[in-house]
Design a protein. Structure first.
Length: 145
């Protein structure tokens, strides 16, 4: 039976150019992110794009359906919460693999902001819920290269 930290497994995360579909970055090993914090080396290029498409491929490990899957993403910069975003996914079939894509649009950060982000400790925390019940949580420190 899956534990509270493994009800949902992230199989891969892909960042792409939303206009042409070109992959900017892809990560396929997320198991440790549900048991602590992992590091991901992300190209600095993503910080200068007007928009980035993010695809999360995940598996529902529960033998029952998830009635109301939602994700809450918290962005921490130097341990301070700077952004919280909630996404609604909806119904998920038991023991199924799914992909979910969203487009993140830039607010036009200048060179100074990009330099500050690159030098900061940026952590992305993603919490998976079924309604109000927490299913899984993962933490990834973003290292811009």
């Amino acid at each position: 039976m899956p534990t509270a930290t493994s009800n949902v497994r992230v199989n891969s995360i892909t960042l792409k150019n939303p206009k042409n579909g070109k992959v900017i970055w892809q990560g396929d090993d997320w198991a440790d992110a549900f048991h602590g914090e992992v590091k991901a080396s992300i190209p600095k290029l993503v910080l200068t794009q007007p928009a980035v498409a993010r695809e999360i491929n995940f598996t529902n490990l529960l033998p029952a359906p998830i009635q109301h899957l939602r994700l809450v993403q918290n962005v921490y910069m130097n341990d301070e919460l700077v952004e919280e975003t909630e996404y609604e996914f909806g119904f998920v079939i038991p023991m199924s693999t799914n992909s979910w894509e969203s487009v993140i649009e830039s607010e036009g950060a200048g060179k100074e902001m990009v330099a500050m982000i690159v030098k900061s400790k940026v952590v992305l925390e993603t919490v998976f819920y079924d309604g109000e019940r927490e299913l899984s949580k993962c933490r990834v420190q973003l290292c811009y290269v």
